[in-house]
Write a new protein. Structure first.
Length: 344
């Protein structure tokens, strides 16, 4: 007899709880005993003592600055590792992917972003992160809009990542009004799966992502109390007809939504003579925007990863004049650096 969706979800929660125990110590137990845990109070898998607000003044000269992620209670370094467009998303590059993940952990990266449709990315992270589960925050995504499809993606993500809990589950690549309308259907939409997963302790926070249409992200934040939004933030954005920076960030700040920056260097296309000189400018620009809390950037090689982390460690907020200068330099190349706006 095939179990009902409700019973199947409850069975999944029990099975994953047993899986967590198989690693020796549960995420909750490790979090309670680890002084390095970055995860918040107020969750079943996290420490019970409150966190002190993090500031850009790091406790160690070698540490990355940290910021609270909106109202989630998560306190994250300003740089996380992206799981797409890199060895992490290519089956044939497993050895390189695992080396990047291990090195990221060693360098102090504590935020890992992936998705159900990023090829082997979740499975690669699942080979490394369980042993460090108390010290890391894991974000993944579903492109499904309906209830059943979203639950299937979540079940698969939990199994691939070998974890009993996703810290941030995101509805991926919102573009059209129907995306949001379908997700928010009370009985048949993916939001119902998210609410059930949160009630069962399988998901901590819920967010949205979008690379194409900032108005849909604003609509999402106005129609539902999403915890986070993952959006493109770079120096070319200001020149687009509807910039994410001026459209989404003010609404997110008003509602204390956590903002995660992506497309920070536009896959490196911004690094050209007369445009941006390199990652210090690209990352500095994104992280200096009011309301941006962290950025996810993929790494093609270990050298790229180490450069990114060194840049994050040295980050200091840039002046308005420096930001305006970068915007001036991107004025003639903004269209080619907004290519992702044509996706979807």
């Amino acid at each position: 007899m095939t179990p009902s969706p409700h019973n199947r979800r409850q069975f999944l929660a029990s099975a994953l709880g047993a899986l967590g125990g198989a690693f020796g110590m549960s995420a909750c137990q490790r979090a309670m005993t680890s002084s390095q845990a970055i995860l918040p109070s107020g969750s079943t898998a996290l420490p019970t003592e409150p966190f002190s607000p993090a500031t850009e003044a790091s406790a160690s000269l070698d540490a990355m600055p940290e910021r609270p992620l909106g109202q989630t209670g998560l306190v994250l370094p300003v740089l996380g590792l992206g799981g797409s467009a890199s060895p992490l998303s290519r089956t044939q590059d497993e050895a390189e992917a695992l080396a990047i993940i291990e090195r990221a952990l060693a360098l102090g990266v504590r935020y890992f972003d992936t998705a159900a449709n990023y090829g082997p990315s979740e499975a690669f992270l699942g080979q490394v992160l369980p042993a460090h589960r108390a010290e890391v925050a894991i974000a993944t995504k579903t492109s499904q809009r309906g209830y059943d499809g979203a639950w299937r993606d979540l079940e698969q993500s939990l199994k691939r990542l070998q974890t009993d809990r996703i810290d941030l589950w995101q509805f991926h690549a919102l573009t059209h009004a129907w995306d949001l309308d379908t997700i928010l259907q009370p009985q048949t939409g993916a939001i119902k799966a998210a609410q059930e997963a949160q009630a069962q302790g399988l998901v901590g926070h819920v967010g949205v992502t979008g690379h194409h249409n900032p108005d849909i992200i604003v609509a999402a934040l106005q129609r539902y109390p999403f915890d986070t939004a993952l959006v493109p933030i770079n120096a070319a954005d200001r020149h687009t007809q509807r910039p994410f920076i001026t459209t989404v960030l003010p609404v997110a700040q008003q509602q204390q939504v956590g903002i995660i920056a992506m497309k920070v260097p536009a896959y490196g296309r911004l690094f050209k003579p007369g445009v941006l000189s390199g990652m210090p400018e690209a990352m500095g620009y994104a992280l200096s925007q009011a309301g941006v809390h962290t950025a996810i950037i993929a790494a093609e090689t270990l050298a790229h990863l180490e450069e990114n982390v060194a840049t994050a460690r040295a980050f200091q907020s840039l002046s308005a004049e420096a930001l305006a200068d970068m915007e001036h330099r991107t004025a003639s190349v903004w269209q080619e650096n907004s290519f992702f706006r044509r996706w979807g």
